[in-house]
Design a protein. Structure first.
Length: 131
């Protein structure tokens, strides 16, 4: 195998290792696959403060540049405390998702997913009751 092909991979591994050793959080690299995209969204949502425990499924599409295409649609929601708090939960999840957009994606992934429907399921457990 050509050493020149390995050089970018080794450099990326060295940067990741140094950031872990230094204790600095690594910046999320632009996603090049759906797995990486959903991983980056998951990391972003973990940083956000969502009001309470619940479960929600959101159906959405992205543009080629990673911005939202249209309005995300909630296809399922369940709140484990009180049904009156459902709208507050949905608003806090929507705000958290908005803070994650536009998604950082590579041009090739952007071309592949532009306008196509995606869905994400978010399950949050209540830290107080430890569901």
């Amino acid at each position: 195998m050509n050493v020149l092909r390995l050089r970018p991979i080794l450099q990326a591994l060295a940067i990741c290792a140094l950031s872990l050793i230094a204790g600095a959080p690594a910046e999320a690299a632009p996603a090049n696959s759906l797995r990486e995209l959903f991983h980056n969204i998951d990391l972003c949502l973990k940083k956000a403060s969502i009001a309470q425990a619940g479960e929600i499924t959101i159906y959405f599409s992205l543009r080629q540049d990673g911005s939202l295409f249209g309005r995300p649609r909630v296809t399922y929601v369940r709140v484990w405390r009180d049904s009156a708090e459902q709208s507050r939960f949905m608003e806090s999840v929507a705000a958290a998702l908005d803070s994650c957009m536009p998604a950082q994606i590579t041009p090739s992934l952007g071309m592949a997913i532009a306008g196509r429907p995606l869905s994400i399921r978010i399950v949050l457990k209540d830290r107080e009751t430890d569901i």
